[in-house]
Design a protein. Sequence first.
Length: 287
Amino acid sequence: MTREGTPLKGVALVLAATLLFAGGDTLGKHLSMLYAATLVLAARYLINLVLVLATMWPRHRSAVWQTQRTGLVLLRGLLLAAATVTMLLALRVMPVAETVAIIYITPVLLMLAAGPILGERVSALGWLCAALGFAGVLLIARPGGGLDPWGVILGLSNAVLGTGYHLLTRILTRTETTMALLFNTALVGSILSVGATLVIGGQPMPTLPDIGLILVYGTFATIGHLLLTSAYREAPASILAPVNYMHIGFATVLGWLVFRQLPDAPGFAGMALIAAAGLLAAWRASR
């Protein structure tokens, strides 16, 4: 027997996932302003690793970590760990809404990179998406806009690293299992972040309330990714991809509620252009 998905359930799962991601971004900004990014990252990845093992090891045993293209799998984990560091460092000096909006240029970069790397043709509509997306970034990061230039660079670095991560995901899903990709990503991130934390040393230890927030931060990220994965079993990407942009809306609201930070008018316009570029790219892909 086959099971048909429920598109409405898929949309609800994506909404829940993006809300958790926005909550994680807000917590990440708060924590990264108090503690080393590597320490916060170590907690996130260790929680991720424990949850993956707890849910998958009892049933699948050693298949959880078995891979065929181990080098590329480890490189994928490295790219995601580096992207997460740049995100935390960007959030330290940038408002949540603008930081999240900038990283949503990733779908456009992925579309452009898929041409030379995966042999996919970029149409005129694809180039229009790219132009809209980059115009949006320029509006957000314009000179005189008040954003930290270093934060903008970190946000764009996150988008580039995320593009590489997603390209490798598209390549590796042909040969690797989802659980192996999840486990090895968590393992690589845990080793790198814990190692970096030990090497840096001399950092203040979190207070008991902040330890609780770090645990919530890691749990939000892990559950968010699990919900997102489940959503794509319920509905096709053409339906769900536009819903992902609620992440920007949730991040804007939470950034205002927690930090009293709102984008100015050109910033909102730039965020709208980036979202429009992503929506057009999703519509193009669905066709």
